[in-house]
Design a protein around this ligand. Structure first.
Ligand SMILES: [Zn+2]
Length: 350
């Protein structure tokens, strides 16, 4: 699990590079920062809701689309209680679309405590017809406006993560998108990572287009995570994790790393179990871990002695561990978190 930037500048994107649109996007970002420092009232964003640009900036476009679908739902046959909740949702749309992960998490906590009809709790099969109808609307909105290759917001969404090369969930697989305008078959053959909903859209449909709920991921992680209720299992989103929330722990025997454990600071947090990370690291990367460990053992004893303990410079670390030293760079290369934890554990032991 690797930290991903969730600051306001990473929560707004646009499908145009016209100067006036980019200027407006910057103003929206600054307004969000101001709202979060002061009133916490995201509906103040309405001041920027101009017809001219409404289709170019993610938060306004998505708000407009969701708003329209909720209006349609309110005209259809639904229970009065369900309609009441949808009306509340209509008023919370700016908040839901651009608030940071911690604010979204607190919102979920309140909604779950109130037994909100907009959250699917309980048996997978026992969804009410009202819920199914509302869920379908959000599913369609998401697929048409973000996941579909033809969506003008898909590439700008991935551009938000251009400094990330590796899946933030497993830190194993590369996820860089590739855009080919003219392929041999004549179509645009774009390859992109999966878009992963941290809180599953099958349980929390209203978070289908919420930026703080969306992350690029490898298809392996997206598939294995599937519809598991990450809220129920106290999972931490890459947007919220802090240093030392997770740590790899190595068991050594006869100059070999025999086992890797992924320790969570909060025992109730089930990220590792849900993503099957321990098994993956032990079964798939064991050889690689031991190759690095062998290199460390071969490192000249005289140099190690002269340092007093095994403390490497950043450039020496890169040579031996073949990876990045600084936590801010962990998203650039596979297994970076694991190698740094290996270094931290053996530092001083050799
Ligand atoms: Zn992954």
């Amino acid at each position: 699990m690797i930290k991903v930037d969730n600051s306001a500048k990473k929560r707004v994107f646009c499908n145009s590079d016209k100067k006036e649109v980019l200027d407006l996007k910057q103003k929206v970002i600054e307004k969000i920062e101001e709202i979060e420092k002061t009133t916490k009232n995201y509906n103040e964003l309405t001041v920027f809701e101009r017809e001219l640009y409404i289709d170019t900036i993610s938060v306004f476009k998505f708000k407009k689309l969701i708003d329209k679908q909720i209006t349609n739902l309110l005209r259809s046959k639904l229970s009065d209680d369900f309609k009441e909740e949808l009306r509340t949702l209509k008023n919370d749309l700016y908040f839901i679309l651009v608030a940071d992960i911690n604010t979204i998490k607190n919102y979920l906590k309140t909604k779950i405590a109130l037994n909100s009809l907009l959250i699917h709790q309980g048996d997978k099969k026992l969804k009410s017809s009202d819920f199914k109808k509302y869920q379908k609307k959000f599913e369609t909105l998401y697929s048409e406006n973000l996941s579909n290759i033809k969506s003008s917001f898909k590439r700008p969404f991935f551009d938000l993560f251009e400094d990330i090369n590796v899946c933030p969930y497993c830190n194993r697989n590369f996820i860089n998108p590739i855009y080919k305008e003219h392929s041999l078959s004549g179509d645009n053959k774009n390859q992109s990572p999966d878009i992963e909903h941290f809180y599953p859209k099958s349980i929390y449909p209203f978070l289908s287009l919420s930026i703080s709920n969306l992350l690029p991921s490898c298809s392996f992680c997206n598939k294995i995570k599937s519809d598991v209720d990450t809220y129920k299992y106290n999972c931490l989103s890459p947007y919220e994790i802090k240093k030392n929330d997770f740590r790899f722990d190595f068991k050594f025997k006869s100059n070999q790393v025999k086992e890797v454990k992924l320790m969570s600071k909060e025992p109730r947090c089930k990220n590792s179990e849900i993503l099957n990370l321990e098994s993956l690291y032990n079964e798939v990367h064991n050889k690689q871990i031991n190759e690095i460990f062998d290199d460390i053992l071969k490192y000249p004893k005289s140099y190690k002695r002269s340092l007093g303990k095994f403390k490497l410079t950043e450039s020496d670390y890169k040579k031996i561990f073949r990876n990045y030293y600084d936590e801010r760079d962990f998203n650039k290369h596979p297994l970076s978190k694991m190698t740094k934890d290996l270094y931290n554990q053996i530092n001083g032991l050799i």
